[in-house]
Write a protein that binds this ligand. Structure first.
Ligand code: IMP
Length: 176
């Protein structure tokens, strides 16, 4: 099988949208300190671009949750592969994810973090695939809503490939 990536959102479109989201977050939090938590590895490109544009005092941490293995379908059971380094009690937390698909990952992360007594928790995702939702999650800031397609690039992978593409594209498999 040959893999072909069709561009969906250009680097420029993504940058523009990230700027808009950052404005929304800056307006909402004002000068209130924000603890921004990136969900590894997919969110890293989005995370760094977003955090650079936040104007309140910011601290960062990362969490890694795995459910996809190396394929396109979630294995269903979520494991925390890397926990946060620091405590989050009394902190206003913003969780940054690459894409919300079934919603299972964010919902489990949300439950886990709420049990640690943060001041608040909000979610931000570059992409949202609402057609595949299994668990309702409230995502306050969304970059783009997409149809039920498998996408790669700008941090998103297929079998760990394509994360370095500067754009987001739909992945197509073609019989050779
Ligand atoms: P969820 O738990 O089903 O919402 O899955 C979230 C995770 O699945 C994301 O953080 C991604 O790592 C992965 N994922 C879901 N859809 C895609 C996709 O279209 N391309 C690449 N990764 C995806």
């Amino acid at each position: 099988m040959k893999e072909v990536v069709h561009e969906m959102f250009s680097e420029e479109q993504i940058q523009e949208r990230i700027m808009e989201i950052a404005k929304q977050i800056n307006k909402k939090y004002g000068n209130t300190p924000l603890h921004v938590i990136g969900v590894l590895k997919g969110s890293v490109f989005f995370f760094t671009e977003l955090v650079k544009r936040l104007t309140m005092p910011v601290t960062i941490d990362f969490i890694a949750a795995g459910s996809y293995g190396d394929g396109m379908v979630s294995t269903g059971s979520l494991s925390i592969e890397k926990d946060l380094e620091g405590e989050i009690d009394d902190l206003h937390c913003l969780i940054v994810e690459d894409i919300v698909d079934t919603g299972n990952t964010l919902s489990k992360i949300c439950k886990m973090l709420l049990a640690r007594n943060p001041a608040s928790v909000e979610f931000c995702a570059l992409l949202d695939k609402p057609a595949r939702r299994e668990t309702e999650v409230q995502v306050e800031y969304i970059g783009f809503i997409i149809p039920d397609e498998f996408v790669v690039g700008y941090g998103l992978d297929y079998a760990q490939k394509y994360r370095n593409l500067p754009y987001v594209g739909r992945l197509e498999f073609i019989e050779e």
